[in-house]
Design a protein around this ligand. Sequence first.
Ligand SMILES: *Cc1c(COP(=O)(O)O)cnc(C)c1O
Length: 230
Amino acid sequence: MSETEANALARVRAEIAQACREAGRDPAGVTLVAVSKTFDAPAIEPVIRAGQRVFGENRVQEAKGKWPALKARYPDLALHLVGSLQSNKAKEAVALFDAIHSLDRPSLADALAKEIDRQNRRPLLFVEVNTGSEPQKAGVLPEEADAFIARCRESRGLSVAGLMCIPPLDEAPAPHFALTAEIARRNGLSLLSMGMSADFAVAIAFGATHVRVGTAIFGTRPKPRASGEQ
Ligand SMILES: *Cc1c(COP(=O)(O)O)cnc(C)c1O
């Protein structure tokens, strides 16, 4: 079991290195975020022991249950929130996470700004862009992204580090990665959180600095609960 996860991690790392070679990029410029949502500590630990240090979760509550104990044992772990964040969980999120990939509305920007000041912790912030303009999906619309980023910076004093996108399931991801990279470029943002198990190599070709990979490392997730998976 543990050997499988460590092997899967090595394979993903090799594929990232290969994608970087093909894109003429330095692999040091791509951070692998191992998305461990739904997996418990015994499944995660072999991946930590194999050298992985950056992990992603999509629910604050779930992360609170499993990561404090792991962080106590492995102090150099970094934890990224990749799923949607409710404003009333901003306090817990700022306390627990080193990066938040889902900043997508003014009320959340306010809540995060308040907690960042209060706790004096500065998680890396990514603005999520709904590049496919999908009604059911989180993220700011592409045409609203510039104004939202400016608003975060000016009125909330937030330091936005980059953009995040999740392309529509049924479309080729490349145009969505290209659009995200273009919005980042014109707003002077250097980080791009894009690419999942199925498309991280494509995302790297379009400049991804953070790839969020779950299934390719941990295997297929159990079915989402009735409350719905993000
Ligand atoms: C679950 C999740 C991932 C990982 O997806 P895989 O296809 O399992 O690699 C990446 N990003 C977000 C936002 C997720 O919720």
